[in-house]
Design a protein around this ligand. Structure first.
Ligand code: FAD
Length: 473
């Protein structure tokens, strides 16, 4: 009898606990991916684009080992039961999803399969430590990052590196064609601006490249959007094309070998710790996908401002760094973390638009869109999250641009209509004299918008809005 290997967001063959345990049974393995669109949040457009490519890569890797991926579409439980009937399989192996809805649904599926006499074996292949596994001395969830990270690193044990079985022969089962799923959106093609390579091989290449280049000066380099200073592993991690342990152990090894200073590796591991912290918060406080983690922040007097929201989405706010970030997002499905913070702060504080609007746009357009990370980071910026940046800390997009994009390379790349402006006026073109604008070929209000809000006025309005939040201001 075969066993079913149910792939979800663990699209890899190495370091895959569900696959390893399935292989240990010595039975034929039936790898399946089920497109189940009837539950939870619909997958965003950029994520669908990534998923399509990643599934092709996984199928190719399975074919190299003698098998293939079975594609099914519909209700997960119904499809699993159908496959069990078709093939006589009597066990299902899977790596768990930890978002609250998915977690509960998995429990229902395991329960229903058990009633049919089929065992469901769930593993953690997504996180260094399963959410709920790190609690403070009083048995309560941490709400502050630093002690959480300390406890996480003290208790999480690295599993050994496993290459996975050399041969995976797939028993016969009906499969749909991936081409029929229409996962490919019409616009944009997120590989226009970056050479993304979805799938496990692409993830491992990305890590190797980062370890030899960006890691040695990560702590400083990670803040400069004009440099390739970060790993760009986020979509690969989200889709489980690489185990987070692989990234941690290889960064640690690079430090032990003396290739990189230990502090740089630690900083990188701490960022992976934020990913853990996000998943952990979501597990314990599931309401934070919809509501402020600190309930008093739901009293914020958000503005209904559709034109401003649209200008933000399209990169036409008149603030070059904000616009550069939003256009990088639209073109590549990714945005540098420093710029994510600036554009998010601009939306919620300068425009006083609800963070949920921004979170939804990121959800649709990021190739690394991740419920825990996205919600946690938006609430961090909006001051409403656990261990959040305070509301009164309002990024000045002009100063941020001067500090982190000092030579202007990032703005010039993504806002090419300003490329010929001298550095002095690149961050705030509305301050440039007419002759400078003319020489640079910029007609403000035509080629490039004037600022949609004045920084000082917007700042004052944002600080005033805090008064609505009880007990503050
Ligand atoms: P690196 O600097 O190389 O970091 C390594 C890994 O650590 C990342 O791949 C990511 O998995 C994790 N990480 C780094 N920073 C953070 C962080 N602040 N929070 C959580 N994990 C982190 N990240 C997502 O993966 N999905 C999202 O939907 C998402 N939404 C965000 C929304 C906002 C408003 C902000 C400010 C940040 C968001 N981030 C999100 C976090 C962060 O910007 C990205 O993880 C990071 O830019 C990815 O690039 P990288 O892989 O090169 O990061």
């Amino acid at each position: 009898k075969p066993v079913i290997l149910w792939f979800r967001r663990d699209l890899r063959l190495q370091d895959n606990p569900a696959l390893n345990h399935a292989a240990e049974t010595g039975r034929p393995i039936l790898p399946v991916f089920i497109l189940d669109e009837g539950h939870g949040r619909p997958t965003g457009a950029a994520s669908r684009w990534w998923l399509d490519k990643s599934l092709r890569a996984l199928d190719g890797a399975l074919r190299d080992r003698g098998g293939h991926l079975v594609f099914r579409r519909g209700d997960s439980l119904g499809e699993l039961q159908q496959l069990i009937r078709e093939t006589g399989a009597d066990a299902v192996f899977m790596n768990r999803l930890f978002e609250p809805d998915a977690f509960d649904k998995d429990a229902d599926i395991a329960h229903a399969l058990k009633a049919d006499g089929v065992d469901c074996h769930g593993f953690n292949g997504a996180l260094l430590c399963r959410p709920g596994g790190v609690l403070n001395g009083a048995g309560q969830p941490y709400k502050v990052f630093t002690p959480f990270l300390k406890a996480l690193l003290a208790q999480a044990e690295p599993p050994g590196h496993i290459l996975g079985p050399r041969r995976i022969e797939t028993p016969k089962a009906a499969s749909e064609a991936l081409d029929d799923w229409g996962l490919h959106p019409t616009k944009p093609d997120w590989s226009e601006g970056f050479d993304w390579s979805p799938g496990e091989a692409g993830a491992l290449d990305m890590l190797t490249d980062f370890l030899s280049k960006g890691l040695k000066s990560y702590a400083e380099g990670r803040d400069h959007p004009d440099r390739p200073g970060t790993s760009r592993l986020s979509p690969h991690l989200h889709w489980g094309e690489i185990s987070p342990w692989r990234a941690v152990t290889q960064a640690r090894d690079a430090a032990l070998d003396g290739h990189v200073p230990a502090a740089e590796a630690e900083k990188f591991i701490a960022e992976l710790g934020w990913r853990e912290f996000s998943a952990h918060l979501l597990r314990h406080f599931p309401y934070m996908t919809e509501r402020a983690f600190r309930p008093e922040y739901d009293a914020m007097p958000w503005r209904h401002a559709p034109a401003a929201l649209e200008a933000w989405k399209r990169g036409r706010t008149g603030y070059p760094l904000v616009d550069a970030g939003m256009r990088q997002l639209w073109t590549t499905g990714w945005m540098h973390n420093r710029v994510r913070m600036v554009v998010a702060s601009f939306l919620v504080k300068h425009l006083l638009i609800d963070w949920r609007e921004g979170e939804a746009w990121f959800w649709d357009t990021l190739v690394d869109a991740d419920l825990g990370n996205n919600v946690q980071n938006w609430q961090w910026i909006a001051g409403s999250g656990a261990d959040a940046s305070p509301w009164f800390r309002i990024f000045n997009p002009v100063a941020q641009s001067q500090k982190f994009d000092a030579r202007g390379g990032y703005v010039r790349r993504w806002v090419p209509e300003l490329a010929r402006l001298p550095d002095k006026w690149l961050r705030a073109p509305w301050t440039a004299p007419q002759d400078i604008l003319r020489d640079a070929g910029v007609r403000l209000g035509h080629d490039y918008p004037r600022p949609i809000v004045d920084h000082d006025e917007a700042r004052a309005r944002a600080l005033g809005a805090l008064k609505a939040v009880s007990g503050r201001g």
